[in-house]
Design a protein around this ligand. Structure first.
Ligand code: URA
Length: 202
């Protein structure tokens, strides 16, 4: 069994915070173990908890559409969450729950070594950049710890507020250019990423 599979087994049986009490399944995340792109959401919802898979409900369908818009299928990217168990009634994760779960996303990043991390929503942004505000930094390229980042609004936001949809769609178009830059330039020498253009990724 790979280290990532072992990690996911530990997550599946984790009892480090109270979210384990109400879960049906923990949702470690899924994707190629060497994915170049890592998407990080907030936490499992109803459908994810039922199926033990990330982003399989309505927000997941929109995420798949967004991926398709840049020529990608979900099995080409890694999809994970800040917390691995569903908060009751889909409430926001509590600070203590996020801290209990921090080690798991940290280890996933170390094992997968993605070239670009796309944070989805404010909890995911805060996990990486606690001082930033999503309305200010969404769609901007950032660099931290040798990895490129692209913060985005959460796809579920588009399901509630119509005008968010086009904002997220525009931000998504920037991913190919960031990935191209990440492949070419080590983040230590990170240069500004050019304007989005149509590029094939794979
Ligand atoms: N929303 C998230 O943040 N993560 C999921 O896995 C599903 C919905």
């Amino acid at each position: 069994m790979s280290e990532l599979e072992e990690l996911h087994q530990r997550i599946a049986s984790c009892t480090d915070c109270d979210l384990c009490r109400n879960r049906t399944h923990a949702v470690p995340g899924e994707g190629p173990p060497n994915a170049e792109l890592l998407f990080v959401g907030e936490g499992p919802g109803f459908y994810e908890d039922q199926q033990a898979r990330p982003f399989v409900g309505p927000a997941g369908r929109f995420l798949e559409e967004l991926l398709a818009s840049i020529g990608l299928q979900r099995d080409q990217v890694f999809i994970a969450n800040v917390v691995k168990c569903r908060p009751p009634n889909n409430r926001d994760p509590l600070p203590g729950e996020i801290e209990s779960c921090r080690k798991y996303l940290q280890q996933q990043i170390e094992l997968i070594q993605p070239k670009v991390i796309i944070s989805l929503g404010r909890y995911s942004l805060a996990w990486f950049f606690p001082r930033d505000t999503i309305s200010k930094v969404h769609g901007q390229t950032k660099v931290k710890d040798g990895i490129y980042f692209m913060p985005m609004y959460h796809p579920a936001a588009a399901l509630h507020a119509g005008n968010m949809r086009s904002v997220i769609e525009e931000d998504f178009k920037k991913i190919p250019a960031v990935l191209k830059r990440a492949r070419e330039a080590p983040p230590a020498q990170a240069a500004p990423v050019p304007e989005p253009e149509q590029m094939r990724l794979f």
